[in-house]
Design a protein around this ligand. Sequence first.
Ligand code: CMP
Length: 143
Amino acid sequence: MAVERTLTILKPDCVRKNLIGEVTKRIQEAGFKIVAMKMTKLTEDTAGGFYAVHKERPFFGELVEFMSSGPCVPMILEKENAIADFRELIGATNPEEADEGTIRADFADSVGENIVHGSDSVENGKIEANYFFAESEVVANKA
Ligand code: CMP
C-alpha cells in the first residue's frame, strides 16, 4: 500500500473541550506520523477559503463562523493508506452515524461541531496541506 498524507484539523470544539491531547494520542496510536503541526486561529476569510468548495451549501455561513470561532490545530499526517484509514478512525461526518469507538462518535456534538476534519482524497490532501503549511514547515518524521 502506498504511503499517503492527509490533512486534519483539530477543530475549535476539540480545542475548547481540552481534547487536543486525547485526539492526538488516538491518531498516533493508530500509526499516523505527524509531519507538520501548528495552532492557529482562522479568520472568516481563511476558513471560507479552506471550505470554498462548500460555499453554495446552506450550512456554509455556519461552518465559517464555527471554524473561525477559536483556535484550531491543523496537522499533516503520514501513513500507508492514510486517507481511508483516517476517515475510518474519525467516523462519519455526522456523529450520530459514526461507528462506535470512532473519534466523532466519542466526542462530537453535531454534524457542524464534529471535532476533526480529514481530507477526502490524496489530491485534496495535498491542496489542503498547502493551504496551511509551507514546505519548510513539513518534516520527515521517522520516529
Ligand atoms: P469536514 O469534514 O470538516 O468538511 C466539511 C464540513 O462541513 C464537515 O466536516 C461538517 O463539519 C460541515 N457540515 C457538513 N454538513 C453540515 C450541515 N448539514 N450543517 C453544518 N455543517 C455541516
